[in-house]
Design a protein. Structure first.
Length: 206
């Protein structure tokens, strides 16, 4: 995603491509300096692959599971709908009103500029899977904070370019049934965390 600079005098945000050169005041004396913008090297970012950032898919839900995700690797039911037009994994940022999911639309600076409603016909009683590629800037310890309502579990594949294997350090793996404790329902990735419970929950995994 492109870098950006904030034009404070006009209150505008201007998006520039990676490597772009700009002249801006810097420091207490506001001396004009030359800067070359670069991608962030400290935070993981969602990578666009074949024109797609995020693929989300809706599946039927068995009401007897009462808020838990009831998708299992190797026995997925037929999907009901799929969307790959969004560029974020931020849903219902404004709150959890009972309505169709609102997916945030981000600009090159990572700021929300609007929302997309990928599944307007689905309000309750469904499962959703979300698949995307993360660019990890450097080897190290990362923390994933996921707020979800209701149950959720997630996994990570080996590195696509390095074949590096993520190492689980800490975090909950609650109420995961059978193969849910080891493999994600889609693609069978290794499971690194989850809180498959009813109601709104914050899950933190390292």
């Amino acid at each position: 995603m492109p870098a950006r600079i904030l034009a404070t005098r006009r209150g505008l945000h201007t998006t520039y491509p990676n490597g772009h050169l700009i002249v801006q005041p810097a420091g207490p004396s506001s001396v004009k300096s030359l800067f070359q913008l670069q991608y962030s090297t400290s935070n993981p970012t969602i990578k666009q692959v074949a024109g797609v950032y995020v693929t989300s898919t809706i599946y039927p839900h068995n009401h007897s599971f009462a808020g838990q995700c009831d998708l299992f690797f190797g026995s997925l039911p037929g999907s009901l709908a799929t969307d790959n037009t969004g560029n974020s994994v931020l849903y219902n940022a404004a709150g959890d009103a009972i309505s169709a999911l609102a997916q945030s639309i981000l600009n090159g600076a990572g700021e929300t500029t609007g929302t997309n409603t990928p599944f307007p016909s689905f309000i309750t009683e469904y499962n959703m899977t979300v698949v995307f590629t993360l660019t990890i800037p450097a080897a190290g310890q990362y923390t994933f904070n996921i707020t979800h309502d209701d149950g959720m579990y997630f996994g990570i594949s080996t590195g696509l370019s390095s074949s590096a294997i993520p190492v689980y350090i800490s975090g909950p793996k609650v109420n995961l049934t059978g193969v849910q404790a080891t493999n994600t329902a889609v693609n069978g990735y290794t499971v690194y965390g989850g809180n498959n419970v009813l109601d709104r929950t914050l899950t933190t995994t390292q």
